[in-house]
Design a protein around this ligand. Structure first.
Ligand code: FAD
Length: 351
């Protein structure tokens, strides 16, 4: 059994043990037993945010295969809740909420993986993040062997992060979302999506329309898994967009003018933290000389549709993928003085 068969980038060597947990009890018991014997554990969802070493994982992989979606009582007027087992397919959950007339997840359509992984890196796209709608996360705490309900404000959510990421302490059992009972979407925030829908940012459309538009935009960028599209053999975005303070931003602007011409304007978005801005990593990567389709020749390449996605063209190894990631990171650092950080979880490898 190779983990390559369980990751969307189709990379990763063997695991010593593999357990598929179909119920919450099985999941907790598998983790508890491994912890009691000192066995390293890798909790596996859909494998869409994982880069695993060619040598594999020297421990037990526990695949989350729990099921269950329940629509519940309203936490407030015009609100409904949806509690989702960790092993539910994420996009099927989004499709269901849209079909049920519940708004708040529609812009997170087409993202691969399972519901239980969404709080880990506070999954987000097209102006929505799960932190905006998660009310609580039910977890198994490996340190205390307790099952806990962690409310949103204690999840430590930030841009592509949370208290769960990298902590290896909590196994997500289920996630509860509070959604607006309405067939219209929540206000569309993302300019590219608003343009695709023919509306202005802040407008609302039918959630079904928002979902279709998001999926279409994502497909064009190779960001919806499609076995027929080799550009989707990836982990999605390989790098997070760097968040810069005013000093770092000024340095990037100066470097950009020196490299690309005096009139160059570096694109930016407001970050959630005051005074900070988010710069698209894709823009920095392209301007540092790594265009779409860049192919150093060992089977790993940049997607032909999206500069942020590093793709296994079929013959890549994890070592080759990481070498490409390092080359890009170093190129961006040398050109702009910005260190790009990886978005996926790295298992047995470092950048
Ligand atoms: C084509 C493509 C497009 C993508 N687009 C986006 C996007 O737009 N926005 C975005 O945010 N992400 C995106 N991603 C990344 C990825 O889909 C998400 O991070 C997703 O939530 C990962 O889910 P998963 O089930 O595949 O997790 P996995 O890859 O299996 O695991 C990721 C991490 O979460 C941990 N984990 C998984 N489940 C649990 C659990 N139940 N309890 C505790 N830990 C757990 C794992 O141990 C690992 O550390 C994309 C990926 C791909 C391949």
């Amino acid at each position: 059994m190779r983990l390559a068969d369980y990751t969307t980038v189709r990379l990763g060597g063997p695991a010593r043990g593999f357990v598929r947990a179909s119920t919450e009890e099985e999941l907790i018991e598998a983790v508890r037993a491994a912890d009691a014997s000192g066995e390293p554990v890798l909790v596996l969802g859909g494998g869409s945010n994982l880069v695993v070493a060619d040598e594999g994982f020297d421990g037990t992989v526990i695949q989350v295969a729990t099921r269950g979606v329940s629509l519940g009582a309203s936490p407030g007027p015009g609100m409904g809740t949806v509690a989702v087992a960790a092993g539910e397919d994420w996009d099927a959950v989004v499709a269901r909420t849209v079909a049920e007339g519940l708004a708040g997840l529609e812009c997170l359509s087409g993202i691969p993986g399972l519901a239980g992984a969404t709080p880990i890196q506070n999954v987000g796209a097209y102006g929505q993040e799960v932190s905006q709608t998660i009310t609580r996360v039910r977890v198994y705490d490996r340190k205390t062997s307790e099952v806990l309900e962690i409310p949103n404000e204690e999840c430590g959510f930030g841009y592509r992060t949370s208290r769960f990421r990298g902590a290896d302490r909590f196994v997500v059992l289920s996630v509860t979302f509070g959604l607006a009972v309405q067939v219209r979407s929540v206000p569309v925030r993302y300019a590219e999506l608003a343009a695709a829908l023919g509306v202005s940012p802040g407008d609302q459309v039918e959630s079904t329309e928002a979902r279709s538009a998001v999926i279409e935009l994502r497909q064009r960028k190779g960001m919806v898994i499609d076995p027929a599209d080799p550009d989707t053999r990836s982990v999605g975005s390989f790098f997070v967009n760097p968040v810069l303070d005013a000093g770092a931003m000024a340095a990037v602007e100066a470097a950009a003018r020196a490299r690309c011409g005096p009139g160059t304007r570096v694109p930016r978005f407001a970050a959630t933290e005051d005074g900070l801005v988010k710069v698209p990593a894709a823009w920095l990567i392209e301007r540092a000389g790594f265009g779409k389709g860049y192919h150093p020749g060992d089977g790993a390449r940049i997607s032909s549709k999206h500069t942020l996605a590093l793709v296994n063209s079929g013959s890549a190894s994890t070592a080759g993928l990481m070498a490409l990631a390092r080359e890009i990171r170093d190129g961006v650092r040398d050109t702009f003085g910005v260190w790009l950080a990886p978005e996926p979880v790295l298992v047995g490898v470092t950048l």
